[in-house]
Design a protein around this ligand. Structure first.
Ligand SMILES: [Zn+2]
Length: 105
């Protein structure tokens, strides 16, 4: 049974057995619905979800952070803060993303 208060799944990322990112997708209909419910600009929210899923691919983990772009489940209340600096990767996530990006060059 699903929890009606739970945040909807807005996208997903697939990693292979070695933890390498394979693909990611964003559920635009859910993003638009949550954007309307939160009164946030849908383009911003789509970008936020895409950044989150790309984070999974580059970080090589399905895990989530406690806050910021990699936190699991975004509530209407969270999103109503809008595009603030709170929606960043953590310093540790940022460092790991830079290493992963360099490794792919
Ligand atoms: Zn996630």
């Amino acid at each position: 049974m699903s929890d009606p208060a739970a945040a909807p799944t807005l996208g997903f990322a697939v990693l292979d057995e070695a933890g390498a990112g394979v693909m990611a997708s964003v559920y635009l209909d859910r993003v638009e619905r949550l954007g309307r419910a939160s009164s946030v600009e849908p383009g911003w929210l789509t970008g936020l979800v895409a950044a989150h899923e790309l984070g999974h691919l580059l970080l090589g983990t399905a895990g989530h952070g406690d806050h910021g772009v990699m936190q699991a489940g975004w509530s209407v209340r969270d999103l109503q803060r809008g595009p603030t600096t709170a929606w960043r990767f953590s310093p540790d996530e940022g460092a790991r993303l830079r290493i992963a990006a360099r490794a792919r060059q």
